[in-house]
Design a protein around this ligand. Structure first.
Ligand code: PLP
Length: 397
């Protein structure tokens, strides 16, 4: 039997990235005490009030087909939410999706074709590669440098552009590095997009989890609005990953093209989840605030331990749920260090190699465990790094 070429393009994307995570999960299932700093799942539950709204909506019969764009109440709430950033926003600028991931998938499907280039800061979120490859497009990596706190350098972006480039995919706050793009940099990045007639797709799923500086969206910049599409969700802001509720916001002519793709994929979303999302957007829930406070505190805690360990280095994350740690001074790459950390210290992390082509010397630490557990895990990491560094140091008589 034959399969479509897309299955070949995506087939080597899964497995290996998750090998340490899977090994840790298996050992945990066998009753071993492993600290998992692998996935970015908020460590609190959604507000009970939101769960009630969802359940009540189901009981109240909000269980029928929706339309392709999204429930009117949710679309209106999204217009209200984004109006300060996008004056004049209306329903024709909004489409609801089951999560940022689906929104991103549909948007890239609508923007790229075989041979097109998608510029992405590297390291990048693990699914981006697959999303881009789906259409036969390819990632054009733009180096994110630790010495710039992993913030995209507009000059690096300019250097990476080729005639194939069609889309610039931004993510701020950034997974895996915790970088946040500041206003001046966003403006200059936008100028590059204008010069080369690029679409800007901005993944803002961590918008509310920012602990230093201000959040800046390209949507705020009038000169970029006609070429900017924002994707986001309530997954992180409301600790509601499993609800799968997100959206895309963009210029009406593009959204008009996106709508049939969404309709053929989804045939509409779930009204009871739309009701809960509408309430999440308009209501006064403290989930983001609690997460933001905890993640900021843990970022400083984890960074402090790394900074005190000569064999490790890291930038202090400005937002999001993760910190990247450079382990190269231990003599190992991120993958080998990760396996040793799991074997010798019972701590699981993601190797940097899971996030693009430039992060082989890094590991990603999720800040999604309680402070004492995180401190314990980082302490063990520091102990392993110091041991390895000592072994590498030539002995002098
Ligand atoms: C950068 C980034 N984008 C998108 C997603 C997926 O978000 P959603 O749950 O809204 O699909 C994640 C999840 O970890 C992420 O880190």
């Amino acid at each position: 039997m034959r399969f479509a070429p897309i299955t070949d393009r995506l087939k080597d994307l899964g497995g290996d990235k998750w090998a340490i995570h899977n090994a840790a999960r298996d050992r945990t299932a066998r009753g071993e005490a492993i600290i998992a700093l692998t996935v970015g799942e908020p460590d609190i539950t959604p507000d009970p009030g939101l769960v009630d709204i969802c359940a009540d909506a189901m009981r109240g019969g909000r269980t029928r087909y929706s339309n392709g764009r999204g429930e009117t109440g949710l679309v209106t709430a999204l217009c209200q939410t984004y109006a300060p950033r996008m004056p004049g926003i209306g329903p024709s600028n909004v489409l609801c999706f089951p999560g940022t991931q689906t929104a991103l998938f549909a948007v890239i499907l609508a923007l790229t074709d075989k041979g097109d280039g998608v510029l992405i800061g590297d390291p990048y979120y693990a699914t981006y590669d697959g999303v881009v490859r789906t259409t036969g497009a390819h990632v054009q990596p733009v180096p994110l440098r630790m010495e710039r706190d992993f913030v995209l350098d507009p000059d690096d972006l300019r250097a990476a552009v080729t005639p194939e480039s069609r889309v610039l995919l931004l993510n701020t706050p950034h997974n895996p590095t915790g970088a946040v793009i500041d206003r001046a940099t966003m403006r200059t990045i936008g100028q590059v997009a204008i010069e080369h007639d690029l679409w800007i797709v901005c993944d803002e799923v961590y918008e509310s989890l920012i602990f230093a500086g201000e959040f800046v969206s390209p949507l705020e910049m009038a000169e970029l609005r006609e070429r900017t599409i924002v994707v986001s969700s309530i997954s992180k802001s409301h600790a509601a990953t499993g609800f799968r509720s997100g959206w895309a916001i963009g210029p009406a002519p593009f959204m008009e093209r996106l709508l049939p793709i969404s309709e053929t994929m989804l045939f509409g979303n779930q009204p009871f989840i739309a009701d809960m999302t509408e309430a999440a957007l308009l209501g006064d829930y403290d989930t983001s605030e609690r997460l933001r406070t905890a993640l900021g505190r843990r970022a400083r805690l984890a960074h402090g331990i790394v900074a005190a360990t000569p064999a490790l280095s890291a930038c202090l994350p400005q937002g999001g749920m993760f910190m990247m740690v450079d382990v190269s001074a231990t003599g190992l790459d991120g993958e080998a260090f990760g396996w040793r950390l799991l074997k010798e210290e019972n701590v699981a992390i993601m190797p940097g190699s899971a996030f693009g082509s430039r992060a082989g010397h890094l590991i990603r630490v999720a800040l999604t465990v309680p402070d004492d557990v995180l401190g314990d895990a980082l302490g063990r990491m520091a102990a392993l790094a110091s041991r390895l560094a000592r072994q590498n140091t030539p002995e002098h008589a």
